[in-house]
Design a binder for this molecule. Sequence first.
Ligand code: DX5
Ligand code: ZN
Length: 219
Amino acid sequence: MAYILAPSILAADFTRLGEEMKVTEENGAEYLHFDVMDGMFVPSISFGMPVLASIQGATGQFMDVHLMIEEPIRYIEEFKKAGADLLTVHLEACKDVKATLDAIHEAGMKVGLSICPETPAEEVEPYLEKVDMILVMSVHPGFGGQKFIPDTLEKIQAIRKMAKDQKRKIDIQVDGGIYLTNVKEVLDAGANIIVAGSAVFKGNAAENTREFMEILKSY
Ligand code: DX5
Ligand code: ZN
């Protein structure tokens, strides 16, 4: 299994976004994580297609797009055009989860499904055969810089077990409140893709990325 760091640009300095991204790429982060928020599914509004489209082509990183928006099925083609390689939708935000996952796959992107902290792990079970990745939110979606919710660890373990039982080699991504001090716990629980915003971009992004990569490489 590949162990990957996905820096969330939400915590980057947008006046220097190009440099910030590059630093993470040069130091080993294979993914770049985009938090798209609509002010409906979550209280905040972040950024959308124009930001992705301008980054497409400027990075060799895999564009990992986390949609925190209502009825994401409406925008799948547009995110594909803007450069998304992986599109993750929230189970809680879709009227028809299966149709949404199928549409992402048909558009030629990898398929991710996310659950909020209050959604039980069992709810993803019917969809495991349709996804490349499950994103377990370890904070309430909407803002960077929140505190990691410890119950997440059991959820990761449960989903890893479900995937094993179904003989599905899916990725498990964890997002929110992850730092160098707690990343090992989520990796030990069975996650293999780590989203980190504040822990990468607040302070020295090159050094922070390198330190995360050192841990990820030891797995
Ligand atoms: C929260 C976002 C996260 C967030 C992570 O809604 O999905 O990706 O940016 O930020 P940190 O790592 O600062 O908790
Ligand atoms: Zn995210």
